[in-house]
Design a protein around this ligand. Structure first.
Ligand SMILES: Cc1ncc(COP(=O)(O)O)c(C=O)c1O
Length: 437
């Protein structure tokens, strides 16, 4: 499909701000919702962003209840990889659930097709799929459990700044059990005060030390986001970490829930280094945002999980399977993995230009449509400046680019080059305005 066709997926007049967001209808609706459901539990936090009530979304655009149309740099929460509410996926899901909504622990034909489709985009060494029906968090839990049963070891290492959901696997909420947090591969703010590439990727070597000294070789796995959301991953890191895992007989779990499914410009971010993890965790973009997840692994690791351990009411249900099949088909049909790569390069180039002109634009990381933009107090100290970031991102939103309000963005993979360029023109305007202020 040609570039022109991608331009027809979204609302045609984006961005179009008719009233400064959040507009009156958004504010009123937000207040009604807040009375019944404490919205702060859902994390966006800032009133300028969380008070915007989405009405509908198409392709790479979103419309709010006040009639504002935005270019979307969130894909929901990195979910609408194939664009928002793609008609093909909606149709496939409707067809599936009109026959039967759920078969629970009985199987159905779509399970086979969904597993086959997932394996068709994954490294050939991985030959087995465990399909879930819930969140990304549940995929990481299944992966960690599989690693523990397979290795008969207990500890799992995760990395600072990497996110794995709301459970014992994530170290963000202090609920970690048998989970060790180790320094990440953060070249913007290196834990060891070293410079890439002269550092020789010491952060990967350090993991080996953690395995030996702190877990007494009781480590089952290391879990990581292969493209680290806020700062990216230096070239060679995954390869080195794979070797550390092999040398120490531990499994490598690639949590590709956000950076994968085509977002990095390859189906999986690990593909960039041709690294084959032992387990890939997938969710979000793989179903176009409907509930459902998968781990993709080997027969031996999958069957180390005890029989019956993946019984869930919604596991591998027809809706999830239909969504997986049609989403992968659509991403292929629209050539969206390549679009993510090409448009990602345009964005990266422009952001680096902006960085060279603006001292406060401290960090830029972009691999496909995983895009990080961080502001600092000054170019020399590189001290993170959340306040400047918040000001710029709020202005960006008010000019018509939907974003999370902080460092990190994840547009739909069908973001057009034109929309990317318009968004970056607006970002430049915002940076100039904040600098003047
Ligand atoms: C990399 C990664 N892993 C796991 C999760 C958890 O997924 P969920 O929110 O569906 O539980 C997320 C969610 O943002 C994620 O980005």
């Amino acid at each position: 499909m040609s570039k022109k066709d991608l331009n027809t997926l979204g609302y045609q007049n984006a961005p179009n701000i008719v009233v400064t967001p959040p507009g009156p209808k958004s504010k009123a609706m937000f207040q009604k919702i807040q009375k019944l459901i404490p919205q702060e539990l859902y994390g966006l936090g800032r009133t300028d962003i969380s008070n915007i009530i989405w009405e509908s979304a198409k392709g790479d655009t979103v419309r709010d209840v006040d009639g504002n149309v935005y270019i979307d740099w969130t894909a929901g929460y990195h979910m609408a990889n194939a664009g928002h509410s793609p008609p093909q996926v909606v149709e496939a899901v409707k067809n599936a659930i009109s026959k039967i909504i759920n078969t629970a622990n009985w199987s159905h034909e779509l399970r086979y097709e969904a597993a086959k489709k997932l394996l068709s985009i994954s490294p050939s060494k991985l030959d087995t799929v465990v399909l879930g029906g819930g969140s990304g968090t549940e995929a990481t839990l299944a992966a960690v459990e599989a690693a523990r049963f397979f290795t008969k070891k207990n500890t799992v290492i995760s990395l600072y700044t990497h996110y794995h959901g709301q459970s014992t696997v994530g170290q963000w909420w202090g609920r970690n059990i048998n989970l060790l947090a180790a320094p990440s591969c953060n070249c913007d703010n290196c834990s060891f005060n070293l410079e890439y590439p002269n550092c020789g990727l010491f952060c990967a070597e350090f993991i080996e030390q953690v395995i030996k000294d702190q877990t007494h070789n009781n480590t089952a796995a290391i879990i990581l986001e292969p493209w680290a959301r806020y700062h990216g991953t230096p070239d060679g890191y995954l390869t080195k970490l794979r070797k550390v895992c092999d040398d120490n007989n531990i499994l490598m779990i690639a949590d590709e829930i956000t950076c994968g499914q085509g977002r990095s410009g390859k189906w999986w971010a690990c593909d960039w280094e041709k690294v084959v993890p032992d387990i890939i965790c997938s969710a979000k973009g793989i179903t176009s945002g409907l509930q459902g997840n998968a781990i993709i692994t080997s027969r031996e690791i999958a069957t180390a999980l005890p029989p019956g351990s993946q019984v869930h009411s919604y596991a591998a249900n027809p809706m999830t399977c239909a969504a997986i099949i049609s989403t992968i088909d659509l991403i292929k049909e629209l050539d969206l993995v390549n679009n993510a790569h090409v448009v990602g390069l345009v964005i990266r180039k422009r952001l680096l230009e902006l960085q060279s002109e603006h001292d406060r634009l401290g960090s830029v990381s972009a691999k496909g449509l995983n895009v990080g933009v961080g502001f600092v107090k000054d170019g020399k100290s590189k001290e993170i400046d959340m306040l400047t970031g918040a000001k710029v991102f709020t202005k960006w939103l008010q000019k018509g680019v939907m974003n999370y309000g902080f460092t990190w963005t994840t547009p739909p993979l069908c973001l057009t080059k034109e929309h990317a360029e318009t968004s970056l023109d607006l970002l430049e305007e915002c940076i100039n305005e904040v600098e003047k202020e």
